[in-house]
Design a protein. Structure first.
Length: 73
């Protein structure tokens, strides 16, 4: 996603969610419909930045991880 490849990024996010927390638990954490979250990361999905960051935040909390982004020269 950070390199501009949203399609691959959405597929990877969907696969990661399915392999870890699942959309049911993610939906409960975010107080959003699991089906709505699934659509966001589908081929025609277009998550808003607030939804995308909300998902990342929820995954970080649940998985006890912290994502960091660095620039490379």
């Amino acid at each position: 996603m950070l390199s501009g490849d949203m399609e691959t990024g959405k597929i990877l996010m969907r696969d990661y969610i399915n392999a870890t927390i699942g959309f049911e638990e993610l939906g409960a954490m975010m107080q959003k419909s699991p089906k709505s979250l699934m659509r966001m990361f589908g081929t025609k999905g277009n998550p808003t930045i607030s939804n995308l960051f909300g998902v990342i935040h929820a995954l970080q909390q649940r998985e006890e991880t912290h994502f960091e982004v660095y620039t490379v020269h």
